[in-house]
Each structure stands twice: as C-alpha cells, then as structure tokens.
Design a protein around this ligand. Structure first.
Ligand SMILES: [Zn+2]
Length: 184
C-alpha cells in the first residue's frame, strides 16, 4: 500500500527550544562550582577563563600551593599572628591558579570570577591580555587592593562588569540536577 507522505505533519518535531542559561550565566555557574571545590573555610572563590568561541580555556579556585603538605600550613586568617601562621602566606588565588594552569593563550579571553580580583590577580589578568572580567561579588569594594585592581584594569584596557544571576536559575538548576539523579 502506498503511503501518502503529503498527509504527514512534517513540522511535528520542530518544537521551539531555548537554553535555560545564557553564556554569562553558564560560565558564572562554572566559576561558582569551581569555588565549591576550595577548602578555604572562610572565602571560597572560583574563576573560569573563556575564549571568543565560548570554549573554556582554564579554571581555578583558591587553594594552597600545589604539592605542599597541607597539614603543616594554616587555613586561619587571624592577622594578629605572623604571616607565616596565616593562610595568606600560602594560598594561591583562583585567578592565579587558572592562569598558571592554562595550556594556551588567554589573550582576548573573558574571565568569570565569583569575587572581584585583588590587585595581585589583576596584574596577572591584565598581563595575560584578558579582554573582560565578569564578576559576581565585589564585597571588598573601596579597599586599597580593589582600587588598585580597578586602576590596573582601566589603564590596561581590561573592561569589567558585574553579573546578577536571575533568582530562578538556582531553582531550575536544582530541578535539573534532581532530574539527572532520578534518571540513573
Ligand atoms: Zn587575587
């Protein structure tokens, strides 16, 4: 029997579709997950560097110097102790870790960071010719380090902007993760 294809609805599979996330949101969530990996009990920071094609180049989170015996260095941040007995003596920031582990050039890339970079990381970011920094929090606003970081970015032509995650993103993400788990 001959099938008359003309009677079929050939538009049936052309459903409308849209990603739940923008690229900005996607990479900021990646940076947030990187931060989640940090062992720092006080401040967990993550960063992700992305090229012009929205491909991730590298990521990092704040942690002790690679290969160090972590049982012999402190996570405490009490500045009444000498630097030798504060975490600040031994921690590598998320952006520095990401830049150290990048296997290709960061020139022209965008950096997604959960916290606005300090001046030391700003030096590395600007020297790596990163084009733009997108940040979630700027809680150290008006500190000297923050002012220097912004001055470095302005003088070297690195643009920066805050990103506010839509509140429903976290609800959607949780629902998505739960669905993945129930599918196992
Ligand atoms: Zn830093």
């Amino acid at each position: 029997m001959e099938i008359n294809n003309n009677n079929q609805d050939n538009t049936i599979n052309f459903v409308s579709f849209k990603s739940a996330l923008s690229w900005d949101e996607y990479f900021m969530l990646q940076a947030m997950i990187a931060a989640f990996k940090s062992k720092d009990p006080a401040t967990k920071v993550g960063s992700v560097f992305v090229d012009q094609n929205n491909h991730q180049i590298t990521m990092g989170y704040n942690g002790f110097v690679a290969g160090i015996d972590e049982s012999r260095v402190p996570w405490g941040k009490d500045k009444s102790a000498p630097l030798e007995f504060q975490k600040y003596g031994y921690v590598v920031h998320s952006e520095a870790n990401a830049i150290l582990h990048a296997s290709r050039s960061l020139e022209g890339s965008r950096a997604y960071v959960t916290l606005f970079p300090c001046n030391e990381c700003a030096k590395l970011i600007a020297s790596s010719k990163v084009k733009e920094v997108i940040y979630l929090s700027d809680k150290h606003l008006e500190t000297e380090s923050n002012r220097i970081a912004k001055k470095i970015f302005e003088l070297s032509g690195v643009s920066f902007r805050p990103l506010t995650l839509r509140a429903e993103i976290l609800t959607h993400l949780l629902e998505h993760l739960q669905n993945l788990l129930t599918d196992i």
